[in-house]
Design a protein around this ligand. Structure first.
Ligand code: 87F
Length: 506
């Protein structure tokens, strides 16, 4: 009892502390204490609120607006590819979940189970989907009979539950997270191969064109691929502050493994039975965590313009003798003009002083701020301030829309370039084990010639195990530098087959 009281007490104290803190600006510095900075920025920018179950977070409107923008883009693109949305139940019976043993085995500890309704034990426990292969594929088997039923291309937007035990991090490692999962079946491997890359390109575009984050497209090693599939491709991002790679999204060719297991076959054009070729692919809310980590700064969040819920915040600047009515009217009119031009603009007529408002909107990451005071009214102009670099310019009101358009696209480019420059500064090409270890200790994104042997990868893991976690392969980039004859594997000394990215990862 005493313990319970003590823990309730300390929890209340902590909540109070959190409340007190959230009223103020950022207290942690990104470069000095990255982990604390991240935890602070996601809360203070109103992306999330911590929930009382570890690893679960309330996603606030700021988050959902970003998610919805990516959703709209991706959903429209897959519809062009004739992929249709469907929705399957979140509950799975044990025997269905066990059907594809190989694929579930390693993941089993993460599966969450429902065992009761009210006070009564369920007759059989029911799993909550960690992913939906086993939910969907029995119906693929039912719906696919002959070649006319192919391709079958479905996607679902949902959340999945994986009861992780390693340290939870908002967006990056959550016990319940939002994602889309695509599941498709084809008559031929060639069609499946093509789709894998088409989807991967959409993932690249989400990162680069929406989130302004450079990614590397490539193939996962045999050890890192989805065990249930034939091969896995991914887009990989990098977080310079922690020196860790992070898998941004994956697109798998499943081959015919699941087709065999679930008996997904069809009569081909010659009337012979054939197994389908399948793919699956997903990106999740993790995208937003990568965005926070890559672009955020000591003032808070920096949201790339394309995904920002509010792209321009307009703030009245009152002072003695100012014609406040005219200032408010000019702010409202600017909002209207910008909205009419297709921008997401809002004004802040709240009671705080302008300085406090500036800090608050900077913390929330809004790309542009427009200030309107007496000087602006008198000069028929507005003052435009960029979130990413703090630059300020006065612009004639009649040029506002054009300037805003240019600035927003410029901010996107600057964010992308800055992120790329930072990432590239962390890249290190190595040829030997010594160079590799030095680069790893310097938290580099390592590109090394490799023999592509699973045993060697496992050996690298063992040899690099430590507090910060072992080095892993991130991907083998599709874009391969030339590999001169006779180049040796950095780890085994055998002939190298390719260049592969290595590093610690999330
Ligand atoms: C956790 C518990 C049970 C990952 C799991 O990547 C099963 C799994 O199969 C599991 N964690 N995975 C791999 C998911 C593979 C695949 N699923 C469809 C994707 C894309 C979307």
């Amino acid at each position: 009892m005493a313990t319970a009281n003590a823990s309730t007490h300390s929890k209340n104290a902590r909540m109070k502390e959190v409340k007190k803190k959230t009223r103020l600006g950022m207290t942690f510095k990104k470069d000095a204490s990255f982990g604390e900075w991240y935890s602070e920025v996601v809360v203070k920018s109103e992306l999330i609120e911590y929930y009382d179950i570890s690893g679960c977070y309330n996603l606030r409107p700021q988050t959902m607006a970003i998610w919805e923008t990516m959703w709209e883009f991706f959903d429209a693109e897959i519809k062009k590819m004739k992929i249709k949305n469907a929705y399957f139940p979140m509950f799975i019976t044990e025997d269905v979940l066990q059907k594809e043993k190989d694929h579930v085995e390693g993941f089993a500890p993460e599966v969450a189970w429902v065992t009761k309704s009210g006070q009564n034990d369920l007759e059989v426990p029911i799993a909550i989907r960690p992913t939906s292969e086993t939910v969907m594929y029995p119906y693929f088997a039912k719906w696919i009979r002959c070649h006319q039923d192919l391709p079958l291309k479905l996607n679902q937007w949902c959340s999945v539950v994986r009861w992780e035990f390693s340290h939870p991090t908002p967006f990056i490692r959550c016990r319940e997270f939002l994602w889309q999962e695509g599941h498709t079946a084809f008559a031929t491997k060639e069609e499946a191969d093509n789709e894998v890359l088409e989807i991967l390109e959409l993932y690249r575009r989400i990162y680069e064109e929406y989130l302004a984050i450079p990614v590397v497209k490539g193939r996962k090693s045999e050890f890192e691929k989805f065990a249930g599939g034939l091969y896995t491709t991914s887009v990989e991002a990098f977080i310079p502050n922690t020196g860790r790679g992070i898998q941004g999204a994956t697109s798998h060719c499943l081959g015919q493994n699941f087709a065999k297991m679930f008996e997904i076959d069809f009569d081909d054009e010659k009337g012979e039975k054939a197994l389908v070729w399948q793919n699956s692919w997903a990106y999740s809310i993790r995208t937003i965590g990568v965005m926070v980590m890559v672009h955020g700064d000591d003032k808070g969040l920096v949201i790339p313009p394309k995904v920002a819920a509010v792209q321009i915040i307009i703030i009245p600047v009152p002072y003695n003798d100012a014609d406040m009515e005219a200032i408010f009217a000019a702010c409202s009119s600017a909002v209207q003009t910008l909205q009419a031009a297709g921008f997401r603009a809002e004004h802040d007529f709240g009671k705080k002083n302008p300085g406090a408002k500036y800090n608050n909107w900077e913390m929330k990451g809004v790309p542009l701020r427009i200030e309107i005071g007496q000087d602006e009214i008198d000069g028929n102009q507005v003052r435009i301030v960029r979130r990413d670099n703090g630059s300020k310019v006065n612009v004639p009101t009649e040029n506002m829309v054009e300037h805003v358009r240019d600035s927003l696209s410029n901010i996107h480019e600057s964010l992308f370039t800055a992120a790329k420059v930072k990432r590239d500064a962390c890249k290190k090409v190595v040829y030997t084990w010594e160079e590799f270890m030095t680069a790893l200790n310097e938290k580099k994104l390592i590109l090394a010639p490799w023999c592509d042997e699973e045993e060697v990868e496992k050996d690298v893991r063992t040899r690099t195990k430590g507090e910060l976690g072992a080095a892993k392969t991130l991907c083998t980039p599709f874009d391969q530098p030339s590999l001169p004859e006779g180049t040796l594997c950095f780890a085994s000394g055998k002939p190298a087959k390719m260049w592969t990215y290595w590093g610690r990862s999330y």
